[in-house]
Each structure stands twice: as structure tokens, then as C-alpha cells.
Design a protein around this ligand. Structure first.
Ligand code: GDG
Length: 478
């Protein structure tokens, strides 16, 4: 950000890209891991950028600060807002509704009121921080009202919005009592980005039917002569960064250690997810357990490692799904495990990136079976780490990643028999078959990395209203 406190590029996301370091470990902040931050860092630096977000706790009201050369602007939330805006409306209403109602969305008017209040606060902060004619990029389902609120405050800005999760078909979206407000909120942006073309089409159709605007292909024509573009920009990962990590000696050694600690199984199946009911963890563990019970797999030489990273732990449906998963793991291991040979090794914890890369390197079969997922970065990370062109990816048809990773072993996670068969096919595939598939997928992931994603979205945003707004400067050195 320049000395005047005005940024030419502003990222607005629910969370700041840093986590607090506990006092016992020296305090301060550390960058939170993630492709989004690394993709946006260079372009933020080149454009006196700022990042607006919630710091993750409700304690003090923090002033803007600089961390790792990035200007960070905290938005304060009270404990009640965390409950109503974040855990309530964002994760108890929108998250299940947008994921095909895999769990029942709950509609509470006080949650909505809090969502409006908090969105307004984010919009006001962005209006303060953005320089004249700046570009503002708003992220995800927690902040869908920000584009319109911000446009009212600052009509000079170029505003982009990106939705990281699916945008549902009208039949589901229409349940939302505040459907019109959400559509109008998003229409404040110049470009609304989705993971898949289907999400963009759902949005365009709803805008036509519910709000009554004229549309043509990916454009919406507003009465004030503004046009809004709604299109797909599939997100990706820092593929080169993952590959570099995977090639390091430390990760290589750790991968061997992991296999050793598990008794050198001939088939190591792996699942890595936030512990979320959309991810299909139960389906894959049931399928695996049945294969062991049927005698198709043997715990002497096959194991399923499931990492389930703690997530949204105070939301009721997350408490329930955790109990369900843990009961299932207990039952499968109790029924089918032998001394020193559990069928499932279940880890409810989060690991550093190096450990994740080592797990990806160690796994023979990566199992990604969400019932619905915007993209699923884990699938792409696995592919990026397999520079040896080996390893089998079993991937749900309902993950956005299935659109690009066509050579994976694709499955319908609702079909347990189909899932069982696919797990067997993948685990019994020949090296030649795995190489053929992995090579093709690696090409896709390497050519379409997160930098290409960010550049294509920002490029599109710079094209709209060309006469309007300052052009962004390209990232230095890229
Ligand atoms: C949302 C959308 C979309 C997980 N456990 C650990 C850890 N992770 C990392 C993974 C991966 C990320 O978290 C999870 O990303 P996913 O894409 O798989 O899923 P969501 O969290 O649901 O993300 C999704 C994404 O946004 C981006 O637009 O793809 O569809 O739902 O990067 O590696 N990382 C570390 N330790 C862990 O224990 N270090």
C-alpha cells in the first residue's frame, strides 16, 4: 500500500492470509499456507496491494499491519458475529445449500441480519483502502453482498468476485429466502468468476428469471448500462512449488519412513480432507472396509490412511459427521484389524505441507470422493507431487477437478459397489496404465497452475469497462 494508505489492488477475503503464532512460540504472525496467497503475493506487491480479512479471533480490534511485505487490514468480528455470520449463515446455510443440500441448510433471520452487517463492514473497509479507480477482488460465499455494497460507496472501482464453491442450480438456490439480495449483491461486480461453466450458467439463468435482467451468453445487461460477465475460471495450485517440495531429500526420506511405519504395505490408500460432510469420507471408508471384509483386500498388505483436518468444530453438522466417521473407523478396525495392522489409520489433525507432500509421495492410491466440491485442490496436489508418473487417482465425478483430470479413475461416490470396484481397479492397475494416466494429468496441472488462474481472472477484469479504472501493473519478475 502507498504512503497515503491507498491501494491499487485490494483482495477482500473472509480470512487474512496469516495465522497468529501462539505466545508460547514467540507470538506474532505466520503466513497461512495456501496457493491463493502465493499466487496473489507478486501481483499485490507490484500494485501497492492490500488484503482485507478477519484475523481469526474476536479478541482485540487490530490496526492495519504489514507482514511479509504485505499490507494487511483486519476486519473485527464479535463472538456473536462469528456464531451468526460465520458459523451460522456462511457455514450452516450457504455451505450446505450450495453443495447440493448434502446436509440440510438452516434458515435463520438473525443469521442473515448478521451476514448483512458483516458484509457491510467488509465493503466499508474496502472503500476506505482502495485508491481511486483501483481494482478490488472479493472472494467467496461469505462475502457475496460486498460487490454491490462497495459499488454504491465507490462507483469508480473495478470489482471482481470469485466463488470457490459450487453455485447451485435454481431448484436449490430458490429455497433461500434472501435469494434476490444475494444475486443483486453479486451483480455489483464487473466479473463474477466460478469454478465451472455450470456454475456460471446457473447464475446467469437465475439472474434472468429472478431479477429480470437481459442476458446473452456470459453477459448480464443492467439497466444502468453496466454489463457483468459471469464465467468459469477453474482454480489451481502452485504446481512447481509442490513438485519442488516432493523432489526434496527430506520429503523423499519421510515418504519411505511413513511406508515403513505402516509395515510396508503393498497398497497404501490415502484420503486427505478437511473434516467435512461434503467430502465423502464415510463412503470411501465403508467401501474400503467392505473390500477387506469380502477378502478382496487384506490388512496384511493394504491400509487406508485418512487425514481429516479439524474444521468448523462448533457447527452442529460437523460435530455429527465427526462422530459418525470415528464410529465407523472404530468398527472397521475392531472387526477387521489385527495386532499392529489396523485397516484404517485415522488422523484427526493438521500437518505441515512437507508432511502432506510425503504422504502424497507414499500413497499408491489417492482417494478423493466428495459428494460435491468446487474444485478439490488435494487431487491436483497429488498429481503435482507424482513426478515419477506413478500413483493412481480415484476421483469423484462431482469434484470440479474431474472436469480437467479426465484420466483419473472417476467414480460416483453414492454408488458404493461402483466405488469398491474402482478402488480395486486402481489398486490393481499396471504401472504402464498408471503412467499413461498420470502423465496426461500432470501436463494439465502444470500448464494450468494457480498463477495462470489469477492472471486470467485479473486480465478479464482489466478488459471490462476498458475506459474505466487504472490498468494493473504486471507482477515484477513474472
Ligand atoms: C475450498 C473448496 C476449492 C488440508 N489438510 C491439511 C492441508 N490441507 C490443504 C490441502 C488443500 C486445502 O487444504 C484444501 O483444499 P480443497 O480444495 O481440497 O478443499 P476446501 O478446503 O474445501 O476448499 C474447494 C478450494 O476452496 C479452492 O478454491 O478447491 O472445492 O471447497 O490445499 O492441501 N494443508 C496442510 N496440512 C493439513 O493438514 N498443510
Amino acid at each position: 500500500m502507498s504512503a497515503s494508505g491507498q491501494a491499487d489492488l485490494v483482495i477482500v477475503a473472509n480470512r487474512l492470509p496469516v495465522d497468529r503464532v501462539p505466545e508460547a512460540e514467540g507470538g506474532g504472525w505466520r503466513p497461512s499456507p495456501g496457493g491463493l496467497v502465493s499466487a496473489l503475493e507478486p501481483v499485490l506487491r507490484a500494485n501497492d496491494g492490500a488484503w482485507i480479512g478477519w484475523p481469526g479471533d474476536t479478541e482485540e480490534e487490530l490496526e492495519p499491519f504489514v507482514e511479509n511485505d504485505m499490507s494487511l487490514v483486519p476486519v473485527h468480528l464479535t463472538a456473536q458475529e462469528v456464531e451468526e455470520f460465520y458459523e451460522g449463515f456462511s457455514n450452516g446455510t450457504l455451505w450446505p445449500l450450495y453443495h447440493d443440500v448434502v446436509a440440510k441448510p438452516r434458515f435463520h433471520r438473525e443469521w442473515w441480519d448478521s451476514y448483512v452487517t458483516v458484509n457491510r463492514r467488509f465493503a466499508a473497509k474496502a472503500a476506505d483502502v482502495a485508491a481511486k479507480d483501483a481494482t478490488v477482488w472479493v472472494h467467496d460465499y461469505q462475502l457475496q453482498l460486498v460487490p454491490q455494497m462497495l459499488r454504491e460507496l465507490r462507483p469508480d472501482l473495478r470489482i471482481g468476485f470469485y466463488l470457490h464453491i459450487p453455485f447451485p442450480p435454481g431448484e436449490l438456490f430458490q429455497q433461500l429466502p434472501w435469494r434476490r439480495q444475494i444475486l443483486e449483491g453479486l451483480l455489483g461486480a464487473d466479473v463474477v468468476g466460478f469454478q465451472l461453466p455450470g456454475g456460471a450458467q446457473n447464475f446467469i439463468r437465475l439472474v434472468r428469471q429472478r431479477v429480470g435482467h437481459k442476458t446473452h451468453r456470459d453477459l448480464v445487461y443492467l439497466p444502468d448500462d453496466r454489463t457483468v460477465r459471469a464465467a468459469a475460471y477453474p482454480i489451481s495450485i502452485d504446481a512447481a512449488g509442490y513438485e519442488k517440495l516432493a523432489r526434496s531429500d527430506a520429503v523423499d526420506e519421510r515418504a519411505a519412513e511413513i511406508r515403513e511405519a505402516l509395515g510396508n504395505p503393498s497398497k497404501l490408500f490415502l484420503g486427505v480432507d478437511r473434516l467435512d460432510y461434503t467430502k465423502g469420507i464415510i463412503a470411501r471408508l465403508r467401501a474400503f472396509g467392505e473390500l477387506v471384509a469380502d477378502g478382496e483386500l487384506d490388512v496384511e498388505d493394504a491400509i487406508f490412511v485418512q487425514v481429516a483436518t479439524p474444521s468448523r468444530e462448533r457447527v452442529e453438522q460437523y460435530i455429527l459427521i465427526r462422530e459418525e466417521i470415528e464410529q465407523l473407523v472404530g468398527r472397521v478396525n475392531g472387526d477387521l484389524g489385527r495386532i499392529g495392522r489396523p485397516a484404517i489409520s485415522y488422523l484427526h489433525t493438521s500437518y505441515p505441507r512437507e508432511e502432506m507432500a510425503a504422504l502424497y509421495r507414499a500413497a499408491d492410491v489417492m482417494v478423493v470422493t466428495p459428494y460435491r466440491d468446487g474444485m478439490n485442490l488435494v487431487a491436483k496436489e497429488y498429481v503435482a507431487c507424482r513426478y515419477d508418473d506413478d500413483g493412481a487417482l480415484v476421483l469423484s465425478e462431482f469434484a470440479g477437478a474431474a472436469n480437467e483430470l479426465r484420466q483419473a479413475w472417476l467414480v460416483n461416490p453414492y454408488d458404493i459397489n461402483g466405488l469398491k470396484q474402482t478402488l480395486l481397479d486402481a489398486s490393481r492397475s499396471t504401472a504402464k496404465e498408471r503412467t499413461r494416466r498420470m502423465r496426461a494429468m500432470r501436463k494439465t496441472v502444470v500448464e494450468n497452475d494457480v498463477n495462470a488462474w489469477a492472471a486470467s481472472f485479473l486480465e478479464e477484469l482489466s478488459q471490462v469497462r476498458e475506459s474505466h479504472g487504472k490498468p494493473l501493473r504486471p507482477a515484477r519478475g513474472s
